[in-house]
Design a protein around this ligand. Structure first.
Ligand code: NAP
Ligand code: HSE
Length: 450
């Protein structure tokens, strides 16, 4: 007895090729294999995991794939006529770019987790999407398992966002959280993060804030239609943050997080994108996002503040986002329609980006925290106060730590609101004092809405 009329309709076989079979690729394979029968039934298709490309086919792996499906030639996956959806999960920006462009030129659907590639070559990729009528899905490129791209493009489409801020790098959040809780050395925690599959192949991308900047760039493009390059942004990592700094921030009632901040002033037209370690009040939701979790607050003019929290890195969280995109790609191939960024979406984003300019330093307002290493002499604080007075910048709070007996003393202070420009002038004058013995540590204080 036929179970339903759908079973009489010829089913279409849709082939998937994975380029890259590391942390993310194996996660995608594992969960797709496990869900294949359900997905086939729900979508009325036959899903075929056709081919997998790796750099070294002899490398031992947790997931085994029959030899006939493995190749060391990524382009053979793209060129295989049985492959309709190419999942680029190899990372890097050179071969990955070639793979992506070749697949789009061939009219294939591309699913990507590669934020570095999108941030650096997004304009070129989306131009090809337009020219070839292809489709490009990239949910896994930002915030791991949190569907933040869908949120901006679909659920919150009614909004303009004057602020998007959050923790969008799992590795650095994992390191800072464990430094605070367990007082472990940085290197020990980094080794654990590597083992757990959070860290990029080039780990400086994580540690120096570049990965978070790539993700912030993608969100800024989707929200404001403008690609921002690193020259026009403040990008700092966590390498200068010490265990002592984490403790001192706590003394002020704050927790240090690597934060991405995308601010837009719709009246003046400016946009600013930055990634930096920031002090967040301990009671705020984002300050409580720990481990490899990510948290993003979007402030929309219609909906107000919405915060999304979830796993931001690692095999399963990322596979979840990639498979969400694969399902959208399968539906697009099955039905046509406008899943993914269409040419009309891209035209809209172009128009949105037309009036946007990057903010000037005097327009970016905030509060700051400074750690100063001063000579252990009477009157040194008076010099510091004089610099602040000269720039009419009010100090909100000062803590002077007991001197370390090495001829130096540490002072931390926070400011009231001022501009980046004034703060830069203060910093330059402090550096010039012969009683300031080390490069001051300047951190931004940020109070999220939730
Ligand atoms: P990974 O573990 O280093 O895996 C990379 C895979 O690509 C490996 O299987 C490698 O082959 C293969 N590969 C590299 N170069 C190749 C080449 N020239 N030809 C063929 N295969 C090649 O990296 P991953 O953590 O899975 O990350 C993959 C992508 O997802 C990156 O863009 C990353 O930024 C992004 N991402 C990662 C996470 C995460 O939590 N890990 C989260 C979100 C997004 P071998 O195995 O033979 O070396
Ligand atoms: N290395 C990245 C992170 C992976 O730690 O956030 C997820 O994009």
């Amino acid at each position: 007895m036929p179970s339903n009329t759908g079973s009489l309709v010829p089913r279409r076989t849709i082939g998937i090729g994975l380029v890259g079979f590391g942390t993310v690729g194996q996660g995608v394979w594992k969960h797709l294999e496990a869900q294949r029968a359900d997905l086939n039934a729900r979508l009325g298709i036959d899903l075929d995991l056709v081919r997998v490309a790796v750099r070294d086919a002899r490398k031992p792996r947790a997931m085994s794939v029959e030899a006939a499906r493995m190749t060391e030639d990524p382009f053979s996956v793209v060129d295989d006529p049985r492959v309709h959806i190419v999942c680029e999960l190899m990372g890097g920006t050179e071969v990955a770019r070639e793979v992506t462009l070749r697949a789009l030129r061939a009219g294939k659907v591309v699913v990507s987790a590669n934020k570095a590639l999108i941030a650096e070559h997004g304009e070129e990729i989306f131009r090809l999407v337009r020219e070839h009528g292809g489709r490009f899905f990239f949910e896994a490129s930002v915030a791991g398992g949190i569907p933040i791209i869908k949120a901006i493009r679909e659920g919150l489409v009614a909004n303009r966002f004057d602020l998007i801020c959050g923790i969008i790098n799992g590795t650095t959040n994992y390191i800072l959280s464990r430094m605070e809780k367990e007082k472990l050395p940085y290197e020990t925690i980094l080794a654990d993060a590597r083992r757990l599959g959070y860290v990029e192949a080039d780990e400086s991308l994580d540690l120096d804030g570049v990965d978070a900047f790539h993700k912030a760039g993608i969100l800024a493009y989707l929200a404001h239609g403008k690609w921002v390059d690193a020259e026009h942004a403040l990008v700092q990592g966590i390498r200068k943050v010490t265990l002592e700094d984490i403790g001192r921030a706590r003394d002020f009632g704050y927790r240090i997080k690597l934060l991405a901040v995308i601010r837009r002033d719709f009246r003046s037209g400016w946009l600013t994108v930055g990634v930096y370690p920031a002090l967040l009040p301990l009671d705020k939701l984002l300050a409580r996002v720990d481990g490899a979790f990510n948290g993003i607050t979007l402030v929309g003019d219609v909906v107000g503040a919405q915060t999304f929290v979830g796993r931001g890195a690692g095999q399963d969280a990322t596979a979840s986002a990639v498979i969400g995109d694969i399902v959208d790609a399968l539906i697009a191939l099955r039905d046509g329609g406008t899943k993914g960024l269409s040419a009309a979406d891209l035209d809209f984003l172009d128009r949105l980006g037309e009036g946007v300019r990057m903010a000037e330093m005097h327009e970016i307002i905030g509060k700051f925290y400074l750690r100063l290493t001063l000579a252990d002499r009477a009157g040194v604080l008076a010099d510091v106060y004089r610099v602040f007075a000269e720039e009419s910048l009010s100090i909100a709070r000062v803590v002077q730590y007991e001197h370390e007996g090495k001829g130096t003393g540490t002072v931390t202070l926070s400011t009231y609101e001022t501009s980046e420009l004034v703060m830069e002038r203060v910093l330059a004058k402090l550096r010039a004092l012969n009683t300031v013995l080390e490069e001051p540590l300047l951190l931004r204080i940020f109070t999220p809405e939730t």
